[in-house]
Design a protein around this ligand. Structure first.
Ligand code: DOR
Ligand code: ZN
Length: 367
């Protein structure tokens, strides 16, 4: 007798290792809690990719010049909404959630204006840590008045957690940040909600796991799928270069364990970061992996590899909304186990955008 094909249902995701793998997973519509979409023409390329998968996304403010006022955030949100495809059958919508870029002198009274305008968080970039971070914070103590206003108003602080001191090894920058910056900050502002963004190390996963309820973390799909070998296999592979940089396999395993542990402190943030291909394939290539075209597919692959597809929905669709104090989305998405080939590249203004895994088959597909 031929075995019955597996029935694509939610329950099927509850798989023990060794049992028949599920052929589909249906999830409450997820959100992306960390996303770069840039500005101008290219919004029309990247925003539809995210809107096809996610109900909402936290929009990073590291434009040039950065988004530092409520008024700028409102105008930017309008440009993003204009790039969202009109729903074909009604129903599905996408909402950008706006953030401001924290600087040494962002005035505390901008926090109230931001809150009234619907801004949900401020992003802390240590000056010089990453793309467009030169206007970032030189000493976090300079921002305490603003952080106190955020704590009062209930706005979240999103942290790029890496020190920038040149004498610190690139691969240690996140762990050193925890000890020298995050622990004192946490102590001085105990009720400020902090999201430790795109964590990449065992130390960060442990720190967040053991922290109080005001601390959480986002994890990218690429840090769940790859270790630092990916950047160097068969030659330098610039499309795997991002910041914080991919780490050793032990760290990747610690991240997989954290996101599949059932802890509500870890949630989805792609850090999808588009750059023109010629600036990544360059003598000093830009940091950032573009994953928005197949984000949920890559997360499904990572959770499936860990036999933990049953943990994907909380990570992708519940934990972030709950931490931000926002309602969970209505509606669902379905991912099926089906090999497909993502495009080699997308038009990106006058340039090309090469997504991660371009021209390489993916085992899961958004239905
Ligand atoms: O790899 C990265 N790219 N890391 C960041 O922190 C910023 C981002 C970007 O904006 O390109
Ligand atoms: Zn980012």
């Amino acid at each position: 007798m031929t075995p019955k094909p597996p029935n694509p249902s939610r329950l099927e995701a509850n798989q023990a290792p060794g049992s028949t793998p599920p052929s589909a997973v249906t999830l409450t519509r997820p959100d992306d809690w960390h996303l770069h979409v840039r500005d101008g023409d290219v919004l029309n390329t990247v925003v539809p990719h995210t809107a096809a998968q996610f109900g909402r996304a936290i929009i990073m403010p590291n434009l040039k010049p950065p988004i530092t006022t409520a008024a700028q955030a409102v105008a930017y949100a309008g440009r993003i909404r204009a790039a969202v495809p009109k729903p074909v059958h009604g129903g599905v919508t996408f909402e950008p959630l706006m953030t401001l870029y924290l600087t040494d002198n962002l005035p505390p009274d901008e926090v109230k204006r931001a809150k009234d305008a619907g801004v949900v968080a401020l992003k802390l970039y240590p000056a010089g840590a990453t793309t467009n971070s030169d206007a970032g914070v030189t000493d976090v103590r300079k921002t305490y008045k603003t952080l106190e206003a955020m704590q009062r108003e209930g706005l979240l602080l999103l942290v790029h957690g890496e020190v920038t001191a040149p004498e610190v090894d690139l691969f240690d920058r996140e762990a050193v940040f925890i000890d020298t910056q995050l622990i004192p900050l946490r102590r001085d502002l105990p009720e400020l909600k902090i999201v430790f963004e795109h964590i990449t190390t065992r130390q960060a996963a442990q720190y967040v796991r053991d922290a109080d309820r005001f601390t959480a973390a986002t994890v990218t799909a690429h840090h769940l799928l790859y270790n630092r070998n990916a950047i160097f296999t068969g030659g330098v592979r610039p499309h795997y270069y991002c910041l914080p940089v991919l780490k050793r396999e032990t760290h990747r395993l610690a991240l997989v364990k954290a996101v599949t542990s059932g802890s509500a402190k870890f949630f989805l943030g792609t850090d999808s970061a588009p750059h023109p291909a010629h600036l990544k394939e360059h003598a000093s290539g830009c940091a950032g992996c573009y994953t928005a075209h197949a984000a949920m597919e890559m997360y499904a692959e990572a959770f499936d590899n860990a036999h933990a597809l049953d943990k994907l929905e909380a990570f992708a669709s519940f934990n972030g909304a709950d931490f931000y104090g926002l309602p969970r989305n209505a509606g669902t998405i379905t991912l099926t186990r089906e090999r497909w080939m993502p495009p080699e590249s997308f038009a990106f203004g006058e340039a090309q955008l090469k997504p991660l895994r371009s021209g390489e088959a993916l085992p899961w597909r958004l239905a």
